[in-house]
Ligand binder design. Structure first.
Ligand code: FAD
Ligand code: FES
Ligand code: FES
Length: 475
């Protein structure tokens, strides 16, 4: 039995936990405001708001329902555009979208409204940039995106500074007609559901490792199963409730494997590791996907261009793996054994990630064919400090230039302890290009990828140390 709150109604369904949420919403639940576009997380037409109770706090995020299974919404509040509609007329978000011409055929519009509304819930500033970023995963074939920009600008002007207290924010949104009054009773309804549910607020479905298909956020697993309408006996990698997913422990930064890219973007603790976290995370997928995409999934999927992995490699991350017979530590750099081949043993999962104290990300760069919602052709990250005039603690990582994400060990060794001069960096760039084995494919020739790598590695140093004359190395 799966229990959740759908708009203003509690729902109990005898359906498989592995059924695609999109299909359940549009099929038996007849919430056809949720549109089916790509079924692979790319268009945002299927976006819904997911409300999650953590302690006394209920927070709402926009997520793509084609990247979620029914089991993911156990004990949660699922809001479709029907659940936002007022009895008559339009909500302020819908009105602005219509008046600014950000809707024509209307197919993308419910998803756009859901994404923009999520920012009014979640942000205390609701700036034009934040509103636009929230709709970055909503593709529109008709309007052209200037109308989206105008809509975001007007909403930012109308709502702007928001109350710090989430409850006060919610009340203000109800008063302004952005959401209907039934949202106020959602926490009590969810607590009641949680009481009735055997699994508490954890995803329904099996948690045994004998299950046939592992799934965390679902943004890799479900794309690989795109044509499937459901997954048999999914094995959910749980997102623990009521604990800090990102915290400092004995000087190290420790992250739960279920940490998402949006968790990183929002975390003040993470900002001490990556001071450019907002800019860097915005280079990954779209906000809709980042709300679901976990670091555990990013690592385990073992893509040679995984953005999270590239950052974590440079940071010297150590993995805590949990298996049927106990746990073990493994440096992330030893996790990838070959193309899509990992050191995970039967029944083992990634539980936590540990970044050694004192490590700071100094650069993350990525080139892809479009700026948003695209995987990298080549990506790279860097950590280094200056001790006087010399480099120290240098690590460089790169993706898309070999069968696995990799450390550029030769280039880093060339810089370690050496004077931070353009000449020294020139030598490191040459070594970096010689220690990779890119292949020519649809994303570019091997030669092009080598050149990209050089430029990305150089960019770390130009950005982080603007007064060292490294620009002279730019081609
Ligand atoms: C539209 C779109 C755009 C994307 N853009 C990017 C991008 O720009 N950059 C990027 O790097 N990626 C991108 N991705 C890929 C994907 O979002 C990430 O790799 C994401 O981090 C995967 O995490 P997940 O939780 O969704 O994994 P899932 O799909 O849930 O799982 C993937 C695999 O990892 C396993 N797994 C998950 N958690 C664990 C764990 N704790 N221990 C062991 N195994 C585990 C699962 O069993 C499964 O085999 C994109 C995906 C989509 C759909
Ligand atoms: S249908 Fe395109 S993102 Fe879900
Ligand atoms: S209005 Fe037609 S797809 Fe956006």
């Amino acid at each position: 039995m799966i229990r959740f709150l759908l708009n203003d109604t509690s729902v109990e369904l005898e359906r498989p936990a592995g059924e695609l949420l999109l299909d359940t919403l549009r099929g038996p639940l007849r919430r056809t405001g949720v549109k089916q576009g790509c079924r692979e997380g790319d268009c945002g037409a299927c976006a819904v708001l997911i409300g999650e109770l953590s302690g006394e706090r209920l927070s709402y995020r926009a997520m793509p329902s084609c990247m979620m299974l029914l089991g993911h919404v156990e004990g949660r509040h699922v809001v479709t555009v029907e659940g936002l509609n007022p009895p008559a007329g339009l909500t302020p978000v819908q009105r602005v979208v219509a008046e600014e011409g950000a809707t024509q055929c209307g197919f993308c519009t419910p998803g756009v409204v859901i994404s923009l509304t999520s920012t009014l819930f979640g942000s205390t500033t609701a700036s034009e940039a934040e509103l636009l970023e929230s709709a970055g995963g909503n593709i529109c074939r008709c309007t052209g995106y200037m109308s989206f920009r105008r809509a975001a600008r007007r909403l930012a002007a109308d709502f702007g500074e928001r109350p710090q207290d989430p409850v006060a924010r919610l009340r203000e949104l109800i008063q302004a007609g952005v959401i209907p009054p039934h949202f106020e009773s959602a926490p009590a309804k969810l607590r009641k559901l949680r009481g009735a549910s055997e699994g508490g607020d954890q995803p329904a479905g099996t948690t045994s490792s004998s299950a046939d298909y592992g799934i965390a956020g679902g943004t890799d697993a479900l794309v690989q199963r795109r044509v499937a309408t459901h997954i048999d006996t999914p094995h959910f990698h749980h997102r623990p409730q009521g604990i800090d997913l990102i915290k400092m422990e004995s000087g190290d930064c420790v992250l739960d494997a279920s940490t998402t890219f949006e968790d990183l973007k929002r975390s003040e603790t993470w900002r001490t590791i990556d001071s450019r976290a907002v800019r860097n995370m915005d280079l990954v997928a779209s906000q809709l996907i980042r709300e679901r995409a976990t670091l555990g999934g990013n690592i385990s999927n073992a893509s040679p261009i995984a953005d999270g992995v590239i950052c974590l490699l440079a940071l010297g991350t150590e993995l805590e793996l949990q298996g049927p017979t106990g746990s073990r530590q493994l440096p992330l750099a030893e996790f990838f054994l070959g193309y899509k081949l990992t050191a995970l043993e039967e029944g083992e999962i990634i539980r936590r990630l540990r970044i050694p104290g004192g490590r700071r990300l100094r650069g993350f760069e990525k080139v892809s064919r479009r700026e948003r919602l695209d995987i990298a052709t080549v990506n790279s990250a860097a950590c280094f400090e200056l001790s006087g005039a010399n480099f120290e603690g240098v690590t460089l990582s790169a993706g898309g230039v070999g069968p696995t994400p990799m450390l550029l060990k030769g280039a880093a060794a060339h810089l370690e302890g050496a004077a931070a001069t353009p000449d020294r960096l020139r030598g490191a760039l040459e070594i970096a290009q010689s220690e990779v084995q890119p292949i020519s494919d649809v994303r570019g020739t091997a030669e092009y990828k080598r050149l990209l790598l050089r430029q990305l590695v150089l960019a770390h140093f130009v950005e982080a140390l603007p007064d060292h004359g490294f620009e002279e190395l730019c081609l």
